[in-house]
Design a protein around this ligand. Structure first.
Ligand code: SF4
Length: 294
């Protein structure tokens, strides 16, 4: 596509979606662990650009193959409401087989939309929002400069669900380092329980060159977890989850241990697998380091 700028990211579950880059970068772009959009200054594309992108995609793909669309980049929900609504309507008119439109949604962008606006987006086809909770621990959220407090984060997640938009929540294993591993796991499970997402994913913290968090590691101010520490933290996290019909995945490329199930139905099975790996110190069933790319 002619209109892609820079690197493009999308959740694993959007692998078969048409990606339309209607915004560039992330409106927040300050999280200390994140490298994804550091080379981009956030902006919305103009309506003229958006129409060109949609027309280009429509010319390239047969309508029946476009059932899912992911709106990039890192926080497309930040787009001005009327424009986003018009875009969703344009997508439905253009791609007549369209079943779902997805976005990454920053918590601040969710909070800045009214309940009515979120419902309008849902009605216009916004089917799912991916929200990075990252951690349910207030101090960690502050340390990583997520830009919202824990109550605001919980409110943002609940708002999405109340509007009828499916919510996929992401938590990052290891984000508290060695010092706050247990606290991170327990507080994150508690926050997830309060938000009660439809989908829950755990990612594993990675350190990218030049990020503020990597500089903290280099300065000895943040102690990263060792491989089995991540699995232990995952155990502490999963054991506290109290959810109903929540699809749980750890299939992100960053993870060591790949798990899948529906919570709480499959909780005992998931915990058994984690315990087996911990007890046997079964490094062989973990994803090797060289495959933990993004
Ligand atoms: S909100 Fe998401 S994309 Fe933006 S800086 Fe934070 S982690 Fe990165």
């Amino acid at each position: 596509m002619e209109f892609y700028e820079g690197n493009i990211f999308r959740p694993p579950s959007e692998a078969n979606s048409l990606i339309l880059q209607v915004t560039i970068g992330c409106s927040h772009n300050r999280c200390t662990f994140c490298y994804m959009y550091k080379d981009k200054k956030y902006r919305e594309r103009s309506w003229e650009e958006i129409e060109k992108i949609v027309a280009q995609a429509a010319a390239y793909y047969r309508p029946e193959v476009v059932k899912r669309i992911f709106l990039a980049d890192g926080d497309a929900l930040a787009m001005q409401h009327d424009k986003l609504l018009a875009l969703l309507n344009l997508l439905r008119e253009t791609f007549t087989y369209l079943e779902r439109v997805a976005v990454y949604a920053g918590p601040r962008s969710i909070l800045e939309k009214s309940n009515q606006q979120l419902r309008e987006l849902k009605e216009a086809g916004l089917g799912i929002a991916y929200l990075g909770l990252e951690s349910g621990h207030p101090q960690i959220l502050q340390d990583i400069k997520k830009g919202v407090t824990l109550p605001e984060m919980i409110e943002a997640g609940q708002k999405v669900r109340q509007a009828g938009i499916k919510l996929s929540l992401m938590v990052i294993g290891g984000l508290g380092g060695k010092d706050l591993s247990l606290e991170h796991a327990k507080a994150s499970a508690q926050a997830v329980n309060e938000i009660h997402p439809d989908y829950l994913a755990v990612l594993t913290l990675r350190f990218y060159p030049g990020t503020p968090l990597t500089k903290q590691v280099e300065a000895g101010k943040f102690q990263p977890l060792a491989t089995m520490d991540f699995i232990q933290e995952l155990r502490w996290f999963v054991e506290d989850l109290e959810l109903k019909d929540c699809i749980f995945r750890t299939n992100h490329a960053s993870n060591y241990l790949i798990l899948a199930g529906t919570l709480n139905r499959d909780k005992d099975k998931l915990l058994s697998e984690i315990d087996r790996v911990l007890t046997e110190k079964d490094y062989g069933s973990l994803r090797p380091e060289y495959l933990r790319g993004l």
